[in-house]
Design a protein around this ligand. Structure first.
Ligand SMILES: Nc1ncnc2c1ncn2[C@@H]1O[C@H](COP(=O)(O)OP(=O)(O)OP(=O)(O)O)[C@@H](O)[C@H]1O
Ligand SMILES: [Mg+2]
Length: 250
């Protein structure tokens, strides 16, 4: 059975997609078989991985019975199910068992993988709910900018709700500090605050993902930051995160 991880935070722009793609790539480099679901209708992860959905997309699999999702192979260890713009209409789509549709798909696939990772949209939505119902762990990225904390509170409430009703095994796997720039006083102060706060300190990953401008070039070139420059801060940090997760998530 795969270990299933949702990368989720209701706040936009906190590195959900970056973390999903780089973590999946890092685990695959460690010869872990990974399946990434791009569940964000924006499709940023699919664009980065340079894959498009065909006529039959994840939307069909979520809304029809027995329609397997299209799987694209990135390499021997890394598969992806791309997003589709049709996913937007899932919110208003009338279908029975709407909260557990993804779990039904995942139940049939998970034996083939070590890790299944979901990229999610910055919202409280049925799509995010489906990801949490089909997960063992949630990783919540947190930046050192103002207002980022609000997204954490909301996702923790959502985890509680999903635990109560659909998935008692769901856990907050950890809060991941991302896009950290040591040279910025505000970032250093925020990190100190998170590390000393009773709310955060026991939930933080040891690994902190440092800001690396080359990540934007990696996206444009449709490659992971590691493949672009394995000595860059973010490449080193996402490798460390993969190691921390392999040890921590069982
Ligand atoms: N470690 C990093 N160093 C530099 N830039 C980063 C880093 N992590 C993320 N970014 C940049 O921050 C921006 C937001 O990142 P990303 O798209 O991963 O966030 P997101 O949470 O998925 O956003 P959304 O909520 O819109 O889906 C992007 O431009 C990305 O390249
Ligand atoms: Mg995103």
């Amino acid at each position: 059975m795969a270990i299933k991880i949702a990368i989720a935070c209701t706040k936009g722009g906190v590195s959900k997609t970056t973390t999903t793609f780089e973590l999946a790539s890092a685990l695959a480099r460690k010869k872990k078989k990974v399946l990434l679901f791009d569940l964000d209708p924006q499709g940023d992860c699919s664009t980065w991985a340079d894959v498009k959905s065909g006529e039959i997309s994840i939307f069909n699999s979520l809304t029809e019975k027995d329609t397997p999702p299209p799987i694209s192979h990135i390499n021997a260890y890394f598969d992806i199910i791309p997003s589709s713009s049709k996913l937007e209409s899932f919110e208003s789509f009338n279908v029975t068992g709407k909260e557990v549709r993804l779990k039904k798909i995942v139940d049939k696939l998970e034996d083939q993988y070590d890790y299944i990772i979901y990229d999610t949209q910055p919202a409280i939505s049925f799509l995010v709910g489906n990801a949490l119902v089909a997960s063992d762990y949630v990783i919540t990225p947190l930046t050192c900018d103002e207002f980022s904390v609000k997204g954490i509170t909301k996702i923790i409430e959502l985890i509680d709700d999903v635990q109560d009703v659909y998935n008692k095994n769901l856990k907050l796997g950890g809060i991941l500090i991302t896009n950290f720039h040591k040279g910025m006083t505000m970032h250093r102060e925020a990190l100190e605050y998170y590390k000393s706060s009773d709310v955060f300190k026991n939930k933080l990953f040891k690994t902190v993902i440092r800001q690396t401008q080359k990540i934007k070039t990696a996206v444009v070139k449709r490659m992971s930051i590691y493949d672009l420059d394995k000595t860059s801060h973010a490449a080193v940090d996402y490798q460390k995160l993969a190691e921390e997760i392999i040890k921590k998530f069982k």
